[in-house]
Ligand binder design. Sequence first.
Ligand SMILES: [Zn+2]
Length: 233
Amino acid sequence: MRTAKGQRAIRLRIYGIRTAWDTVGDGEFFCPCCGGDRNYRRLTGRRRLTVLGLPLLARGSAGSVVECAACGTHFEPGTLDQPTTNRFSAMLREAVHAVTLAVLAAGGSTSRTVLETAAAVARDAGLDDCSQERLFTIVEVLAADTGSGDGTDPDAEACGAALAIELHETLKPLAPHLAVAGREALLLRGARVALADGPYTQAERQVLTTVGSALQLCPADTAKLLEAARTPS
Ligand SMILES: [Zn+2]
């Protein structure tokens, strides 16, 4: 005598649902399962009712998944929001570059010490070809382009606004992928450049406050960090 369980097993062998996957895209992503940059395929699935192993009736879409080429694990498409390790490193380098330039543009590009510190900070972050001369040139070009530099120019404010937008555009996409300590370290790199030639100027403090806000640090924490950076223990 067959049990109900046995009958169900046989029915499942006769009828079944099979998902056919179509590749709709590919690329590189960070695989949470392998823990590294891997190739992926983006797949959309079509469910079919099978009878005796033969696909018979369409049973709707199985949605979209991302499949790791290395381990074969399927993930939600949202996994692609996480930057690859390569992309993340590039974002971090761009961020240090933007912060360094913004601090320099706020009024330190003529001091040798500040340029030296800025170049050292940039090289520490992996920008190997970032020399003092190069930083100086970029800041000069930025200043000439926006007409700022003497502090009395009405365009200087526009330059400040443009820099703030630039900082937000570079730092905002990075912030969610960095732990608080990482975001604070980035702010402190900027503080190190600003402090190379003495206490913060008002313009430097303003730029660093913008950096803190773009990095989603709370204003009080930013102020505290900037103060602590002035008096290294
Ligand atoms: Zn994988």
